[in-house]
Design a protein around this ligand. Structure first.
Ligand code: 13P
Ligand code: SF4
Length: 312
């Protein structure tokens, strides 16, 4: 504990020296969430980074998240403390595969979940998040086919809520994919009063058992709504429970399974954050061409109302 307090002090001093902002995804280790200026979901954090005045952002999350921040903040230095922090789902789509899919389905629009590399975003017409994937698909309309990638479960969920042809990719998040309906039924049996809140990266038979389906920001909001109840079985990565408990001390949260752990989200330690700030490591680098193209797909998502699909 003494050692941890010492590292925290050093982080705060370095943060001041660099005029840096520390951001942490909702799945990060509790001590990383606690030292961060902001915790949030994949896109939320990048939007916070873009609005902030700080020239240096320490992004405690996985690479695609830090890349999204770098795309939205071209003049800031984005640091990813552990460069190996990747996302297995994001790795399931490459830009070459997208180019081939566009040839296979001419006229289709590519909608990429934010869990994709900058290269993939650059080849996509629209970006989307778990919070707005349905809205993006609806905004495109039923007449235009869509290639939705890389998560087949989120894609299948979008299909249940929209009309029109949506072609699914064969990607999945290994963490959420591992959760079975039997696990959820077991959790419901253990905590019968608890509502099930589930991330749309879960399989369709798991989502069929959920009282609420949404991304991490959506779940945080849902549990606060009047009438949502006091007990929750949480069907997403374990890290979210830290924030749920912290923000709702009078409510109870149970993980739907002991295996809901994303190893990549646990790589960053306090010592890594200290070193990152001291040595300015590791700067996220993306070519300006890719940044510009990738930004377009994010802007199209952010400005859904002002879209002009005929020109895409
Ligand atoms: P959120 O955008 O909902 O935080 O999810 C990110 C993620 O990686 C889910 O596995
Ligand atoms: Fe990627 Fe899954 Fe980890 Fe989220 S939980 S960062 S989708 S591997």
């Amino acid at each position: 504990m003494l050692k941890e307090n010492g590292i925290k002090k050093k982080i705060l001093a370095l943060k001041k020296k660099r005029n840096a902002l520390i951001l942490a995804h909702n799945y990060e280790r509790p001590e990383i969430q606690d030292i961060a200026d902001y915790t949030g979901d994949s896109l939320e954090l990048s939007l916070i980074a873009a609005k902030s005045e700080n020239p240096v952002i320490v992004f405690c999350g996985v690479r695609f998240m830090a890349e999204t921040a770098a795309i939205l903040c071209p003049h800031k230095t984005i640091l990813l403390p552990v460069p190996e922090s990747g996302c297995a789902l994001a790795d399931m789509a490459t830009s070459d595969q997208i180019k081939a899919a566009k040839k296979k389905y001419p006229g289709a629009l590519v909608v990429s979940y934010v869990n994709t590399s900058a290269d993939v975003k650059a080849e996509s017409h629209f970006c989307c998040t778990s919070a707005n994937a349905v809205d993006v698909r609806k905004a495109i309309g039923p007449d235009r086919p869509v290639i939705f990638l890389p998560d087949k479960n989120l894609g299948a969920y979008v299909k249940t809520q929209t009309v029109g042809r949506t072609i699914l990719w064969d990607g999945f998040c290994p963490v959420h994919e591992m959760l079975t309906a039997a696990d959820v039924l077991n959790a419901k049996h253990k905590h019968p009063k608890a509502k099930v809140i589930a991330h749309p990266e879960c399989r369709p038979d798991v989502l069929a058992l959920a009282d609420y389906i949404g991304g991490t920001a959506g779940m945080l909001k849902y549990v606060r709504t009047p009438g949502a109840g006091k007990f929750f079985n949480v069907a997403t990565e374990l890290g979210l429970i830290h924030r749920l408990r912290k923000e709702n001390p009078n409510k109870s949260f149970y993980s739907a399974s002991d295996y809901l752990i994303c190893a990549a989200m646990k790589l960053i330690t306090l010592e890594d954050v200290r070193r990152s700030l001291k040595k300015m490591q590791y700067v996220v680098k993306i070519s300006s061409v890719i940044k510009k193209k990738a930004k377009k797909s994010i802007e199209r998502m952010l400005n859904l109302q002002s879209r002009d699909l005929s020109r895409i």
